[in-house]
Design a protein around this ligand. Sequence first.
Ligand code: FES
Length: 100
Amino acid sequence: MALPEKLILVCQSFRLGKEPKGICHKGTDGLLQYIEEGILDRGLDVQVATTGCLKQCEKGPVLVIQPDNLWFKGVNSEEAIDAILDGLESGEPAAEYLLS
Ligand code: FES
């Protein structure tokens, strides 16, 4: 099986040890499924994976596209996912969600 062109990392707030869980997982129920469907609808060659806390909690929920190293903030709605995937498709990252 060929490797995907891109990888979307979605923070799910996991932390090691006894640290409290981060915040990205809150309010994002169903968005992983929505991302997968959006990728299929657009015919993108992208794999989705979940991660532990990416240490940007105050700007979460956080999503990262690699290998472009594009970090997005406030990804807590279908509108945000649509904007980010549209940007991935067009090559113009969704500026309103870029984390800088
Ligand atoms: S919980 Fe997502 S960046 Fe910390």
